[in-house]
Ligand binder design. Structure first.
Ligand SMILES: *Cc1c(COP(=O)(O)O)cnc(C)c1O
Length: 373
């Protein structure tokens, strides 16, 4: 193969495919699991790294009408693509974001007594959502503040919501407590829609559903609940180019710090992905603290066969041990799977000491992206 052929100008050394049909299939699953509740979508952080400009309008066409983003900048970018949807801004409303909130017809999620006063004074009777903290100590009024708000405010919210701290552990006692506290507060807000469940929370059953659910990570293919088989379709596939194959002798070392010592004569695929692409350094095969806690480092896959990362992952380059594959099975210019049918988000995240959410939202800007469906 001529050396100029492996890389055309449209293809770097990493590529990523986002399957929008799989995204929609996952949304329909979450909608069906939500019972009689409407199913929204969390599309914050650029739709968990998958590309909100592609994902959100596709979900809207599928029937989703409620979108949750973190801040007003994300919301403003989405508004032209979602002209008829409700867009909720989870981080709240501030003087600095007020003009944008009105200009783009956004629904702020009011998180404190101060934000409620600010909205009443400046926005009058425009709609807002009210977040109540039922046990996480993150965003939202305390239950007592919410009761006082309900009694004193002439202008009720269009939605009351809360958020689970431990929904991914179905047996955690805090889930039942949050469900109870939220159910108790519902009575203070008669005839107002309520929303409690994220992806994992939807699986806690009908008491968690209320009128609107807010799945995020499951839409993008991640396993929402630990310990049960993942029913979501994979949405993201990531691959890296084999730049060259090198041979190292037994006893030689690989990568920075000489942390990997070859125990045998080895064939090594040097690939064009690194921690700058979100292929976390903590997934290195050796030489990082995590390897004393989680023995198995990161892996790639060639036609479904796993090939381990050896040595430290560097900024732009990673080495995979391909000694066990037939010599013809891997050549410069081939692609190695990093995420996809063989390697799940959860497997990759565990090797890096993190969670699927962080894997998705770290996918780097160098990936050549393709949207299918
Ligand atoms: C991110 C977020 C969600 C979605 O959570 P997932 O666990 O990704 O399903 C829902 N609600 C709030 C308030 C969030 O911050």
């Amino acid at each position: 193969m001529p050396l100029s052929s492996p890389m055309s100008d449209s293809a770097g050394t990493t590529r990523l495919t986002v399957d929008l049909n799989a995204l929609c299939a996952n949304w329909r699953l979450m909608r069906d699991f939500s019972g009689s509740a409407r199913c929204g979508a969390a599309v914050k952080a650029d739709a968990y790294g998958t590309g909100a400009a592609q994902a959100a309008p596709r979900l809207a066409r599928e029937g989703c009408s409620d979108f949750f983003v973190a801040d007003v900048v994300e919301a403003a970018n989405l508004r032209p693509l979602l002209p008829n949807s409700r867009i909720y801004v989870l981080n709240g409303v501030f003087a600095s974001s007020f003009a944008q909130t009105l200009a783009h017809d956004l629904i702020p999620v009011v998180n404190s007594v101060e934000q409620a006063a600010f909205w009443r004074e400046n926005a009058g009777t425009r709609p807002y959502a009210l977040h109540i903290d039922t046990g996480m100590n993150r965003l939202g009024m305390t239950p007592e503040q919410a009761v006082a708000h309900a009694q004193s405010s002439a202008h009720p919210p269009c939605l009351v919501m809360s958020h689970f701290a431990c929904a991914d552990e179905p047996g955690h006692p805090l889930n039942a407590r949050q469900i109870d506290i939220f159910a108790g507060l519902r009575d203070c807000f008669p005839n107002i829609e309520a929303s409690l469940a994220n992806s994992a929370g939807i699986h806690l059953g009908p008491e968690a559903h209320h009128q609107l659910t807010r799945p995020g990570v499951a839409l993008y293919g991640a396993d929402p609940v630990s310990g049960v088989p993942n029913r979501m379709h994979p949405v993201v596939s990531a691959e890296t180019h084999v730049l060259l194959i090198r041979h190292a002798r037994a006893g030689e070392a690989v990568s920075y710090g000489a942390a990997h010592k070859c125990s045998r004569d080895s064939r090594i695929a040097v690939c064009g992905v690194g921690y700058a692409d979100g292929f976390h350094r903590s997934a290195s095969g050796a030489g990082v603290p995590l390897r004393s806690a989680v023995r198995q480092g990161g892996c790639g896959a060639i036609n479904g066969v796993r090939v381990p990362v050896i040595g430290k992952i560097t900024m732009d380059l990673t080495m995979f041990d391909v000694t066990d594959l037939p010599e013809a099975a891997v050549n410069p210019g081939d692609w190695i799977e990093l995420l996809g049918p063989a390697i799940s988000l959860e497997e990759a995240a565990t090797a890096a000491g993190t969670i699927s959410y962080e894997m998705l939202t770290s996918l780097g800007r160098r990936y050549a992206r393709t949207y299918s469906g």
